[in-house]
Design a protein around this ligand. Structure first.
Ligand SMILES: Cc1cc2nc3c(=O)[nH]c(=O)nc-3n(C[C@H](O)[C@H](O)[C@H](O)COP(=O)(O)OP(=O)(O)OC[C@H]3O[C@@H](n4cnc5c(N)ncnc54)[C@H](O)[C@@H]3O)c2cc1C
Length: 394
């Protein structure tokens, strides 16, 4: 085998499709069903940008930060091209999104960001003051917003199914319910990847396990922190109710650390998501908490039934930026910090091209900080959660 890919989400599947398309033999191993991880459970919001603050990133590393942000614009374009070129039917609509200011001080921060994005990156980012916000969102809670035209919503599992079709049609071998249990370097070069179904000899390995990274590569486990994110989906809303909540069908985020994100699905359900806590919780608790938060923002939805609730794991990094690199010859691409639909598609392609002999851009060749004293259990998460919750309350 030329390449074994561990992890069957967007990163792994995009890499499999790209490598197979370039004539490489590829085996993709997924521990559960293909697409079982965050790639079939997310909010479907496709947009440029990182979790890390852009201004801080540019201050710390002007050239690298600029290239990395530019890459997120390319990532967004890549998702749109991938959908169009492969005719992936995934309800994609370029709706635009709004980042909503919880506090007046945050509106000033959005103003600075709008200037940065427009001047340095030519991004269409328009400020919407509080007095004009009613035309965009049916609530009076926010102090204004930043509107990004360059973003869109999709059905995450349908998008994944499209990538899987491309990979399979290209000749990639896709194995579900096949965990990689060990990776051993061979003396003559290459690796042996163990699975309960047998051992595969391969020249290269790509680990694409993001928030579900297990003990396979302990070095990665110490660098990617799994954090739960949850979503509820209401029953389909009548058109007038949907319109009263989100008149232009934009996607919405607020500016909290424990942020909420919400949008209307193609079948008019309100999809409302957020991070319930930094400690383990249950879907039932997360559902109740999200429902209450949704009604606080949109009281007009009182009485609407919640028909589905689910959660998944996002992979956080210390610097809040995703990482692609190699450790002991094993390639990895992960750490999207909850904003990975575009970036995981992009990193899948980038990793594939690097493995196929291309160069990795200098802006990605950077240290990947570990979390001090973190081995197996993220014992520090409750404290981090309290800290961010306190910041949100200030
Ligand atoms: C609830 C939720 C909402 C989100 N909303 C958004 C959003 O609206 N917009 C956005 O941009 N991003 C969002 N994200 C983040 C986005 O979904 C992820 O960044 C992206 O899907 C990561 O893809 P991936 O392929 O790297 O990882 P995943 O899709 O998580 O796949 C990793 C896979 O690796 C497998 N695996 C782990 N270990 C092994 C092993 N040893 N052997 C074999 N397989 C293994 C796992 O089973 C898993 O299926 C959200 C995430 C969640 C959980």
């Amino acid at each position: 085998m030329d390449v074994v890919i561990v992890g069957g989400g967007y990163t792994g599947m995009m890499a499999a499709a790209r490598l197979a398309g370039r004539g490489r033999s590829v085996a993709l191993l997924e521990k559960n069903d293909l697409g079982w991880g965050a790639s079939s459970r997310n909010g479907g919001m496709v947009h440029p940008g990182f979790k890390a603050d852009l201004a801080t990133m540019l201050k710390r590393d002007p050239a690298g930060g600029r290239q990395r942000y530019q890459a997120t614009l390319e990532a967004f374009a890549l998702v749109e091209d991938t959908i169009r070129v492969n005719a992936i039917d995934c309800d994609y609509v370029r709706s635009g999104h709004l980042e909503l200011a919880e506090k007046a001080s945050q509106f000033h921060h959005l103003e600075e960001r709008a200037q940065l994005l427009t001047r340095q990156f030519g991004v269409s980012a328009r400020l919407i003051p509080r007095v004009e916000l009613a035309s965009e969102v049916g609530t009076s809670l926010y102090h204004g917003a930043l509107l990004f035209e360059q973003s869109g919503g999709l059905h995450p599992a349908k998008y994944f199914a499209g990538l899987m079709r491309v990979a399979r049609d290209g000749g990639a071998h896709l194995y579900d319910h096949t965990p990689a249990t060990g990776i051993e370097a061979r003396r003559r070069g290459g690796f042996k990847v163990s699975t309960p179904r047998g051992v595969i000899q391969t020249r290269d390995v790509l680990v694409a396990t993001n928030g579900y990274s297990d003990r396979l590569v302990p070095w990665l486990r110490r660098r990617v922190i799994p954090i739960g994110s949850y979503i509820i989906a209401t029953a389909s809303l009548p058109d007038d109710l949907a319109h009263s909540a989100i008149p232009k069908r934009r996607m919405l985020f607020d500016s909290k650390n424990f942020l909420h994100y919400w949008r209307l699905s193609a079948d008019n359900r309100m999809l409302f998501g957020g991070r319930a806590s930094f400690t383990p919780t249950t879907i039932a608790k997360a559902r109740d908490w999200l429902y209450a938060a949704m009604l606080q923002i949109h009281p007009q939805l009182a009485g609407v039934q919640v028909e589905h609730a689910w959660g998944g794991q996002v992979g956080f990094t210390v610097d809040r930026v995703p990482h692609i690199g190699r450790v002991k010859g094993i390639t990895y691409a992960l750490g999207y910090c909850g904003t990975g639909v575009a970036m995981s598609t992009y990193f899948g392609q980038l990793a594939a091209d690097w493995i196929a002999g291309g160069e990795l851009a200098a802006c990605w060749q950077r240290p990947f900080p570990a979390v001090p004293l973190y081995r197996e259990k993220p014992w520090f998460l409750p404290a981090v959660g309290w800290y961010y919750a306190a910041l949100d309350r200030l």
